[in-house]
Design a protein around this ligand. Structure first.
Ligand SMILES: Cc1cc2nc3c(=O)[nH]c(=O)nc-3n(C[C@H](O)[C@H](O)[C@H](O)COP(=O)(O)O)c2cc1C
Length: 209
């Protein structure tokens, strides 16, 4: 049996991306996002119009997509309610966000220079994709999101994730951090409490007796 449900959230499960961009003053911004999917050498990123990341992408036209493995969840969660923007929307204030100019420091992550773009990579992330912005357009109707299309111009992958003698990632060895309905998952299991889920007041199942 199925039932018709007016679903309030449609976040069925996508990989978390830590997107690094360069701020107007030359410092680095770092933001978690998960509305991301890849096709060929390109990626679609859905980002809110008010995010500092969106503003930086429009100006700099480049970024790094750092893919955290599930064991980096604590660092990702530390970034959940932070913004690089000094101006917060009423929505963000209401959800408990605050301005943080040093996102790398706040997360406890290490910036390392990129080869082809100005934004730094996240040393701890096993996969780091340097990207150029190809296009940015409003997403759908009645949303405040922008659909960014970026092209991967250089990929850095941890040695042990590259299948020996190939240019492919080991799909068994790669354990991406997944965001599912604002909760963090890795290897199919919930791995950490989520500040985002708390801010959104996401309902939880009753504990099994
Ligand atoms: C796991 C996770 C996934 C998120 N996914 C998205 C997303 O796909 N798009 C988006 O606009 N914001 C997303 N957010 C919220 C942004 O991280 C948030 O708006 C943040 O303040 C952006 O930082 P910035 O303003 O410094 O760019 C996500 C947050 C978390 C913790």
């Amino acid at each position: 049996m199925h039932r018709v449900v007016d679903l309030k959230v449609l976040y069925f499960g996508t990989p978390v991306v830590l997107i690094s961009t360069r701020n107007p003053d030359g410092t680095a911004n770092l933001a978690p996002m998960s509305s991301a999917w890849w096709l060929d050498d390109q990626c679609m990123l859905g980002m809110n119009t008010g995010a500092q990341t969106t503003i930086n992408l429009a100006r700099e036209r480049e970024c790094v997509l750092n893919l955290p493995s599930a064991d980096l969840v604590t660092a990702v969660d530390r970034l959940a309610l932070l913004t690089g923007s000094p101006t917060l929307s009423p929505h963000k204030v209401n959800k408990g966000y605050r301005h943080e100019p040093d996102k790398f420091g706040a997360a406890g992550l290490t910036p390392v220079p990129s080869d082809l773009v100005a934004a730094p990579r996240v040393a701890e992330c096993p996969i780091q994709l340097e990207c150029e912005l190809l296009s940015a357009a409003p997403f759908g109707i009645d949303t405040d999101a922008i659909a960014h299309t970026v092209r991967v111009v250089r990929a850095h992958v941890a040695d042990d994730l590259v299948l020996p003698g190939t240019q492919y990632i080991d799909p068994v060895g790669w354990d991406p951090l997944i965001m599912k309905f604002c909760e963090f998952f890795g290897g199919g299991a919930q791995v950490h409490p989520s500040r985002l889920a708390e801010a959104w007041r996401m309902p939880h199942p009753e504990p099994s007796r």
